[in-house]
Design a protein around this ligand. Structure first.
Ligand SMILES: [Ca+2]
Ligand SMILES: [Ca+2]
Length: 116
């Protein structure tokens, strides 16, 4: 990403050589442009990725394995943290049940196109 800083009227940016700063832990670079503006370039680190509903193992794909994980949670074989509970409660009834696993399988089979 980059931002362009434009000096206020009557002011100008002078020396950008010593400008060092970080944005989200990444060193940003500042380049003075011919028109007197400064372009600051930086990279954002993704802090948290949005997790797709039904993607229990968060691998970016909804497969039968995600349904198996949901069933393992239902059976008490896996203790689900709040994130996992949210991801596999695909019908949004605040309970993880076998029905959520069934809906994931229906999604995998193409019988439903979303969970709502
Ligand atoms: Ca998955
Ligand atoms: Ca549910």
């Amino acid at each position: 990403m980059s931002e362009v800083l434009t000096p206020k009227d009557g002011f100008e940016f002078v020396d950008t050589q010593d400008m060092q700063f970080t944005v989200n832990g990444t060193v940003a670079s500042a380049v003075k442009n011919a028109d007197g503006t400064i372009t600051i370039s930086y990279t954002f680190q993704k802090t948290a990725q949005a997790v797709q509903t039904g993607d229990a193992n968060q691998d970016g794909q909804i497969t039968a394995f995600d349904a198996v994980i949901a069933l393992q949670v239902v059976a008490g074989l896996i203790t689900a943290d709040d994130t996992l509970k949210t991801v596999i409660d695909v019908n949004l009834d605040n309970n993880v049940t076998a029905y959520d696993a069934v809906m994931i399988l229906q999604y995998v089979a193409g019988l439903i196109s979303d969970f709502h």
